[in-house]
Design a protein around this ligand. Structure first.
Ligand code: BGC
Length: 348
């Protein structure tokens, strides 16, 4: 087990960016940077012990500084969309940047994926980790309150990546933190994810309009192309879902949130790699990389075509600040926002 720290680059404002390499007792290796809390690489074995890096991203810091679809990043303050970039708390309206048509996506123009986090090492007999800290000031991206945020990435010797979120505020504010890795269990850049078998333990999903804002309806998945309660190839019904582009980009309403309950299980038949997801969050966005179009050149000079990676973003439901029937995302002063998601890896 070890943690190695190296310089990853320097930002235009001269802040230093670090790259941490965490290796667990079984040789699973994860690289994470304090720019955006981005996981830049995650190497796990296949059924023959062959390692591959299973997350999409760039070789260098520069890649992440240009327009990037949130590869591997911490997402905040509010993961997913807020309609019209507006919400009201106690009669006061707050206005955010509209960076996705008329909506606010993933925290605004400079969300938590684009800031430099303080970092410290976490060492334990059974794991290695990095703890990130960021103070998002009152008014940051239009959100109220000073939000003090900690995100811990812990790689355990049970081959789990545990992500722990914690936040406190001094004014009532919405919070919805998540992680945005694009996974490809064949290895990043090795074709598409359409043959991966996806299982999502969710009876329903939040129906969205053409701008991907929820209508408020929770719809049963049974008998539709949205149903992944039994393991099903991602590509089997993908052309029946979404409009332009086609594909999954939906928030699932998890059957039983909880760290001892399976939320999702993805397996890749050729390599035998399996990833399981456990979370205490009520929802999970399954995004099948619909907007990737080959224009991004990622690690090792490989272009990322449509469906070359999938995201499973554990979270509260989209647009909750404007949807009174959804579980609340408001954090109050003196409360502590705490959430954990576990990604577990093995081969079969
Ligand atoms: C969203 C997609 C979006 C992507 C960012 C996902 O979380 O659901 O609609 O395009 O992030 O590239």
């Amino acid at each position: 087990m070890n943690i190695k720290t190296e310089a990853f680059g320097i930002l235009p404002d001269s802040s230093q960016v670090w790259l941490f390499t965490l290796t667990n007792a079984n040789g699973i290796r994860m690289k994470v940077t304090n720019y955006g809390g981005i996981i830049t690489s995650l190497e796990v074995p296949d059924r023959n012990g062959q390692m591959a890096d299973i997350v999409l991203g760039y070789d260098r810091l520069e890649g992440y500084l240009h327009a990037t679809p949130y590869f591997g990043a911490i997402i905040g303050r509010y993961g997913n969309r807020i309609a019209k970039g507006k919400f009201v708390i106690d009669g006061q309206e707050y206005t955010l940047a509209q960076n996705d048509g008329e909506s606010t996506l993933h925290g605004g123009t400079r969300g938590f994926d684009k800031v430099v986090w303080d970092a410290s090492e976490l060492r334990d007999p059974a794991s290695v980790g990095i703890s990130f800290h960021y103070l998002s000031r009152d008014g940051d991206e239009g959100f109220p309150g000073n939000l003090d945020v900690n995100v811990d990435f812990v790689l355990t010797n049970d081959d789990e990546l545990v992500i722990r979120y914690r936040a406190t505020t001094d004014k009532v504010t919405p919070v919805n933190l998540t992680h945005h890795s694009y996974f490809n269990l064949k290895g990043a850049g090795n074709g598409d994810i359409l043959d991966h078998l996806m299982q999502i333990c969710a009876p329903a999903y939040t129906v969205v309009d053409e701008t991907l804002i929820p209508t408020g309806e929770l719809r049963d998945v049974a008998g539709t192309p949205m149903d992944f309660n039994l393991p099903t190839p991602i590509g089997e019904r993908i052309t029946q879902v979404g409009s332009d582009p086609k594909g999954y980009d939906h928030n699932y309403v998890l059957a039983v949130p909880g760290l001892d309950q399976l939320a999702a299980r993805v397996s890749e038949p050729l390599t035998g790699r399996v990833m399981e997801v456990y979370t205490d969050q009520p929802g999970m966005q399954f995004y099948s990389g619909n907007f990737l179009d080959g224009s991004i050149t990622g690690k090792q000079g490989r272009n990322y075509e449509q469906y070359s990676g999938f995201c499973l973003e554990t979270q509260h439901f989209p647009d909750s600040p404007n949807q009174s029937s959804f579980p609340s995302t408001l954090l109050l002063p003196r409360e502590v926002y705490e959430s954990t998601t576990v990604y577990r890896f093995f081969a079969e």
